[in-house]
Write a protein that binds this ligand. Structure first.
Ligand code: NAP
Length: 465
């Protein structure tokens, strides 16, 4: 068979995972001028956009407007969306090999990292990732329960996800009205009794993983005082030394934290307390197995041989009364059936996006990866653009060199027939656009940007109507 990439035989690519990395990969593929490329994008949910829909905080609507760019990419006549089709359930990697010259996995990082301390499993101790998926209306998490009758909450970790979770807990109903938060989450948060939210960093302000704009936002909440204990906002001499020559954004972040530490509460209804140099070492429950307290140790920083500053426990400890705990110490990748996986790194082993055979470390023909499942859960949405571009450059180089799979059924029609046979309820991009329009109009009726469908059955029923 002749080399694919011509009008008669386009290069057929399956992208598994319709988040930002998948869309940026499709965009880069369509920019190719020498080869004719066709893309089918699979997602196990009927809705595209991955973490933009299910992860980005609902009060960050501006960030979500990146979907307009994804719509433009999806508008390419050589693009198709196969939503509600799951790899490993409806189609396997071996199936895809029979229909595509190249397969790209961009499934993100779908689970959390555990804290690994006694009491982690108590009732009321949750991964932040689940709370995020819940308030964003992810169908798998919409029925989770979070006890918002508790007054005091701890969020462990000081990344942007921890800040998102704390901020959403502290927003007023008026603030949440302006968001596309899931309707049940809006109701639950409106009736929440949460009064005090602690965000707990194990290192100091200079090492906080959240970014400066997110820190600033904490000081601008309508009915919540942001508090930083002044002694914990101070930099220790080791951190102070790292500030010389630090990024402007990192210096600004420390300034914002220190500015917050000089503020006095002005009597707002809620308090958000940002703590540093503390680590939870145990969660303590009551007789019904529900979390009641957290034991914290105070840390000091030391420099490793490699020069980074790490936390070390001192002999000072304290107890924090909390009835709800969210651990927000990073996402973790989940293996895909039939695809190599590096368990301890939580990623697909790869070299520049070329999936590697674990035993030989040689690239697997025609298989690629991009996004968090390639590099781990770091960076913002835009980080996925160069990441996906790197992978696609290698895909195109391989295609030009004739290193592709040799599928028996390399046509768009054959792939569609397979998908329809395996999943009659496949959702196309046009279907998604109808759901999108319905969500927007339901939102308009209630003076909100969007009211999401949060059950797959409801989405499919709406499409049938
Ligand atoms: P992250 O940025 O990697 O932050 C993880 C936090 O958990 C760090 O503060 C880390 O502290 C802490 N941590 C790790 N292990 C811990 C332990 N055993 N005990 C206590 N603390 C521990 O992860 P993330 O917040 O999940 O965010 C993931 C990515 O998405 C990030 O790149 C983030 O910027 C991005 N994101 C961006 C936005 C936005 O742009 N608004 C919103 C959400 C997420 P150490 O530094 O000490 O390890």
């Amino acid at each position: 068979m002749s080399q694919p990439g011509t009008v008669a035989q386009p290069l057929r690519v399956a992208i598994v995972g319709a988040g930002p990395a998948g869309f940026y990969a499709a965009e880069r593929l369509f920019k190719e001028t020498e080869l004719v490329v066709e893309v089918d994008m699979y997602d196990r949910l009927p809705t595209p956009f991955g973490l933009v829909r299910n992860g980005v905080a609902p009060d960050h609507q501006k960030i979500k407007s990146v979907t307009a760019a994804f719509d433009r990419i999806a508008g390419n006549p050589s693009f198709r969306f196969f939503g509600n089709v799951e790899l490993g359930r409806h189609v396997t990697v071996d199936d895809l090999k029979g229909y595509y010259h190249q397969i790209l996995y961009s499934t993100g990082a779908q689970t959390d990292r555990p804290l690994g301390i006694p009491g982690d499993e108590l009732i009321g101790s949750h991964p932040a990732t689940e709370f995020v998926a819940w308030y964003n209306g992810h169908p798998d998490y919409r029925d989770h329960q979070f006890d918002l009758s508790q007054e005091r909450v701890a969020v462990v970790g000081v990344g942007n996800v921890a800040v998102d979770v704390a901020r959403i807990l502290c927003r007023t109903p008026d603030e949440l009205m302006k968001t596309d938060i899931a309707d049940y989450a809006f109701e639950a948060l409106r009736n929440s009794r949460v009064k005090e939210v602690y965000i707990l960093g194990r290192r100091g302000p200079a090492q906080a993983a959240f970014t400066a704009p997110e820190a600033k936002e904490l000081g601008e909440l309508a009915d919540c005082d942001a508090i930083v204990p002044p002694d914990e906002a101070e930099l220790d001499p080791l951190s102070q030394a790292t500030m010389t020559g630090a990024d402007r954004a990192d210096v600004r972040k420390v300034e914002i934290i220190q500015e917050l530490s000089r503020r006095r509460p002005v009597g707002k209804s809620k308090r958000l307390v940002l703590r540093f140099l503390v680590s939870p070492v145990e969660l303590i429950g009551d007789e019904s197995g529900r979390v009641r307290q957290m034991k914290l140790v105070h840390n000091e920083l030391y420099a490793t041989d490699a020069g980074s500053l790490r936390p070390r426990a001192t002999d000072r400890a304290e107890m924090l009364d909390v009835g709800l705990v969210f651990r927000s110490i990073g996402y973790n990748g989940v293996p895909l059936p039939g695809v190599p996986f590096h368990e301890s790194w939580g990623v697909i082993p790869n070299d520049g996006g070329r999936v590697l055979e674990p035993a030989t470390k040689e690239p697997l023909l025609g298989q690629y990866t991009a996004g968090w499942i390639k590099r781990g859960p770091t960076g913002v949405i835009g980080t996925n653009k160069p990441d996906a571009a790197e992978t696609v450059e290698n895909m195109l180089a391989d295609a030009r060199a004739g290193r592709t799979l040799t599928p028996a059924h390399a046509s768009a029609g054959a792939a569609l027939a397979l998908v329809k046979e395996r999943q009659p309820c496949v959702v196309s991009y046009a279907d998604w656009q109808r759901l999108d329009a319905l969500e927007l109009s339901r939102g308009k009726e209630q003076g909100r940007p969007r009211i999401k469908f949060t059950r797959v059955d409801d989405m499919l029923a709406a499409l049938r109507e």
